[in-house]
Write a protein that binds this ligand. Structure first.
Ligand code: CA
Length: 247
């Protein structure tokens, strides 16, 4: 399960029996704000994944009790949303292919640097579709967080001040990332369900929303900001930032 709250750390389940690599990676991830749960066997990893909400699994393939591929397969079966990165000392292509077939999202060949691991994690976490936020939970897309209940918009950890209509417009678009939303439905939801007149006010509000987000982003680079794309003759679409955008 992917956490969506701005203050919630991404939770990483780290399954690795090598003490040296384990300590190094655990400390590195912690110092970069990840919540790390390190376990040394496949069996205990599966148990931990069942016990605690987990965003990411870093999975060593060479484990003492189980084949890492089987662990990956079981994790994927039981936790469809979790991001699985396999770590392999065996650079043979076959391990990687079998691992990806088993449901892993990506792999790193040992020895890997912490910098590469962190960059890979950031890229994957940005690319992932936002978890369906529960009612009242903030929606996070790239570095943008929209908390509809609290009426707050954050870029990274910084507040972005929006006018009421700008906020309402953004709140609709973030609920449908990657989907076209028609002008009519935006007008109806944000302004007035009986609106039949000109819709210039929508474009003006969209422009000022874009300006405010861009201004906030340029004050806080590098930032992964979703794009507000104009669909001529139809409406708008919020596009999640691509991998490594703004990175
Ligand atoms: Ca190992």
């Amino acid at each position: 399960m992917r956490t969506t709250g701005a203050k919630d750390a991404v939770s990483v389940l780290f399954i690795e029996d090598d003490e040296v690599i384990g300590r190094h990676v655990e400390a590195g991830l912690r110092s970069h704000g990840y919540a790390v749960n390190w376990t040394r066997t496949g069996g205990s990893g599966l148990a931990e994944a069942a016990r605690l909400p987990t965003d990411v699994v870093l999975l060593d393939l060479g484990l003492p009790d189980m084949d890492g591929i089987d662990v990956a397969r079981q994790l994927r079966d039981e936790h469809s949303n979790v991001l699985i990165l396999i770590l392999t000392a065996r650079s043979e292509e076959i391990d990687v292919i079998v691992g990806l077939d088993a449901g892993a999202d990506d792999y790193l060949v040992k020895p890997f640097s912490l910098t590469v691991l962190l960059a890979r994690l950031r890229a994957h976490l940005r690319r992932r579709p936002p978890a369906p936020a529960g009612p009242g939970e903030p929606i996070r897309i790239g570095d943008l967080t929209v908390d509809i209940t609290a009426r707050r918009c954050l870029l990274g950890d910084r507040e972005v001040e929006l006018r009421p209509k700008e906020f309402e417009l953004l709140a609709i678009l973030v609920r449908h990332p990657g989907e076209a939303v028609s002008r009519e439905s935006l007008m109806a939801e944000v302004w007035d369900e009986n609106w039949f007149g000109p819709t210039k006010t929508l474009d003006v509000t969209m422009s000022s929303l874009r300006r405010r987000l861009q201004a906030a982003a340029s004050a806080y680079p590098p930032v992964a900001l979703p794009a507000l794309t104009t669909l001529r003759g139809h409406g708008y679409r919020l596009d999640p930032p691509g991998p490594l955008d703004g990175n």
